[in-house]
Design a protein around this ligand. Structure first.
Ligand SMILES: Cc1ncc(C[n+]2csc(CCOP(=O)(O)OP(=O)(O)O)c2C)c(N)n1
Ligand SMILES: [Mg+2]
Length: 662
């Protein structure tokens, strides 16, 4: 057992504990009341379990939220954000009272739901239920991965827990079930969730829609399950001790609670879920717990004094870890250096250089090229890690002994991947068919909102996948991914551009955002003219010989497998005396980031006759091209080339279309 699992819970005097709980309740009620918006019931109901965890167990350093070996805390029930803000403020994070008083106001540090990177101490953006649960599984997975790689006998530099508070809504969501099943299978023993089991959701009691035996379900997943009175601090502490001691199974502690505990009229009702309690109810609640009505946002001095001492003690624990790390550095200088480099989100030396080059003249599916690139990077980057939702065989994604078998759980996979990235030290990849990006969408969007350096690999990226038919042929997915802010979508034209796609993705830094790489099932020629440096997003692949830009008849702009078709079409048009440039545009977002002069060089404003060629919906292409050769319908089941021919994805059809342009 790790040292942290064995450490005795920090003692807490019962009066002090009661004061802490009342203070949290008071802050939550006052914060929501002042904002005239928010969720008071959850923080009040969960105050006992949160106070127990934070006062007695959580190892962190409020003075340095970036300490690598801190315990992670995930408030999956993100609507209870005032609970987290109260805990952070009271623990001594850089979150002053003035910010609690500006809860849910423009540019405050206390947004409606917790946002990572915005508020010191917030580990993850939560609110969409179930997604925090899934990410917590990723945190725990990352901890184990890093412990395996970096710990040495006598030098346990990675040894922390991932704790979370999850709600009824979290446990109803499919994404949480997927992640829970995965966590049980993986035996993630350092994952400990407190379940705020209050039998209430927005519409009323859980009797309306949620009557299964949750504990039995989690036992079946392979979890260690306990059930306690969620207002009995002693019982909660005992359960946490047992949960920490359980090495082989993740833990769910079902805490039976009363929502808005302490509010005389609204406790136990959904009325306390998503609206201020109201002046009268707040006053009655404060009176009932013997709390002053004024000042609002009251924190007793004695509590402040005690919490300041606890903050100092936690800083000592952090300093002891730093000393341990220095001893580790002396014993294992190379590993220590690597650990720190990866923590900063940097690439180990040789990572970009390891990306293979592909010779023109051959033909290879970009999924195959992608697989080669991934295994090459895996050899030099020790925590470049990921896996696929049961499609490793098809999409070729293989991380060797680091491969994560996600099973058929796309949304869970995306949520877990977010946790891997948030934990730090790990550069994660997930993979499935492009069509199933829809199944990942909730967590995919969060990876973009949180600007995580995640790589999403999507294979079988068009109708060319063929026989599996319209259920599997993506048509609207490509464009719909481009809709997501911060997400870069790269659709390489051949193996060389595929190598380039990984370069683009890896060069995106912590805080830039995720990258989706879309690759084909079918073979594609490797061109002379493509580049493996596609950071510009779009470039001229081919110009008719001897024709100046101003004399062009037009431009074909294509992506992915359609570049080959556009290229062929342009050559045929050239034979007819029509001079058409071909632009390969693997990444819109990268092209948009280029300066105007470069953009005008590739797409001269004087050349207005432009047509996009892409086997997907056309809505959106108007941004670059007045005309579109696309697919505003679902596909067909037949061999890929037959589908493509039937739906107009041949050079002949593109030539035909061009000749008919007004
Ligand atoms: C994916 C998702 N669907 C819907 C919502 C809207 N929503 C917010 S809280 C909630 C349910 C509240 O019930 P519970 O999770 O038990 O929290 P409690 O009311 O007990 O605090 C819902 C449906 C959401 N945040 N996320
Ligand atoms: Mg509930």
């Amino acid at each position: 057992m790790g040292a942290r699992a064995e450490a005795a819970p920090r003692p807490v005097e019962s009066d002090l504990f009661a004061t802490m709980v009342k203070t949290i309740k008071g802050l939550a009620m006052d914060g929501v009341e002042k904002a005239k918006s928010g969720h008071p019931g959850m923080p009040m109901g969960a105050a006992d379990m949160a106070a127990t965890l934070w006062l007695r167990f959580l190892v962190h350093d409020p003075a340095d939220p970036s300490w690598p070996d801190r315990d992670r805390f995930v408030l999956s029930a993100g609507h209870g954000s005032m609970l987290l803000y109260s805990l952070l403020h009271l623990s001594g994070y850089d979150l002053p009272m003035a910010e609690l008083q500006r809860f849910r106001k423009l540019h405050s540090k206390t947004p409606g739901h917790p946002e990572v990177g915005h508020t010191p101490g917030v580990e993850i953006t939560t609110g969409p239920l179930g997604t925090g649960f899934a990410a917590g599984v990723g945190f725990a997975y990352a901890e184990r991965l890093l412990a395996q790689r970096y710990n040495r006998a006598g030098h346990e530099i990675v040894d922390h827990f991932t704790y979370g508070i999850v709600s009824d809504g979290d446990l109803m969501e499919g994404v949480a079930s997927e992640a829970a099943s995965f966590a049980g299978h993986q035996k993630l023993g350092k994952l400990v969730y407190l379940y705020d089991s209050n039998d209430i959701t927005i519409d009323g009691g859980t009797a309306l829609a949620f009557t299964e035996n949750v504990g039995a379900r989690f036992e079946a997943y392979g979890w260690h399950v306990q059930k306690v009175d969620g207002h009995d601090a002693g019982a909660i502490a005992k359960a946490l001790v047992a949960a920490r001691a359980e090495q082989a199974r993740p833990s769910l502690i079902e805490c039976r609670t009363i929502i808005a505990h302490g509010a005389p009229k609204k406790a136990g009702t959904s009325a306390s879920h998503g609206a201020p309690l109201g002046k009268d109810e707040v006053e009655a609640a404060k009176r009932a717990m013997d709390w002053p009505l004024e000042p609002t946002f009251y924190v007793p001095d004695a509590l402040r004094t005690e919490l300041a001492q606890r903050k100092a003690a936690l800083a000592v624990e952090h300093r002891e870890w730093v000393a341990r790390f220095e001893r580790y550095r002396a014993a294992e200088p190379a590993l220590a250096q690597e650990f720190e480099l990866l923590r900063r989100g940097e690439l180990p030396k040789g990572t970009l250089e390891a990306i293979p080059t592909f010779a023109p003249g051959t033909a290879i599916a970009t999924r195959k090229a992608c697989a080669k690139v991934i295994s090459a990077i895996t050899k030099v980057h020790p925590t470049f890690v990921g896996g696929s939702a049961d499609l490793a065989e098809s999409n070729g994604v293989d991380f060797g002994d680091r491969h994560i078998h996600y099973g058929v759980r796309e949304h869970g996979m995306a949520g877990i991947t977010n946790g891997l990235a948030l934990h730090g030290g790990v550069r994660p990849v997930d993979a499935t068919f492009l069509i199933f990006s829809d199944f990942m969408r909730g967590c995919l969007r969060l990876s973009a909102l949180m600007r995580l350096p995640v790589i999403h690999v999507f294979s079988h990226d068009s109708i060319w996948l063929g026989e599996d038919g319209p259920t599997h042929q993506p048509v609207e997915q490509l464009m719909s991914l481009r809709l997501i802010p911060n997400l870069w979508v790269v659709r390489p034209a051949d193996a060389r551009e595929t190598a380039g796609a990984f370069r683009v993705a890896l060069e995106r830094k912590l805080g830039d955002g995720p990258t989706a790489i879309l690759v084909t099932r079918q073979n594609l020629p490797v061109f002379e003219e493509t580049r493996d440096d596609i950071g510009v997003g779009a470039y001229t692949l081919w110009d008719p010989p001897g024709v100046a830009a101003k004399d062009l008849d037009g431009i074909l702009v294509a992506t992915g497998s359609e570049v080959a078709i556009a290229y062929e079409a342009a050559k045929r048009l050239h034979e007819r005396g029509l001079e058409v440039r071909v632009v390969s545009m693997p990444c819109w977002e990268a092209f948009e980031a280029c300066d105007r002069a470069y953009q005008d060089d590739v797409l001269p404003p004087s050349v207005g006759r432009r047509m996009s060629v892409e086997a997907g919906v056309t809505l959106g292409w108007q941004r670059w091209c007045a005309h579109q050769h696309g697919l505003d319908r679902f596909g067909e089941s037949a061999p890929g080339a037959d589908v493509a021919k039937a739906l107009g994805f041949t050079a002949d059809a593109v030539v035909e279309h061009w000749l008919q342009l007004p």
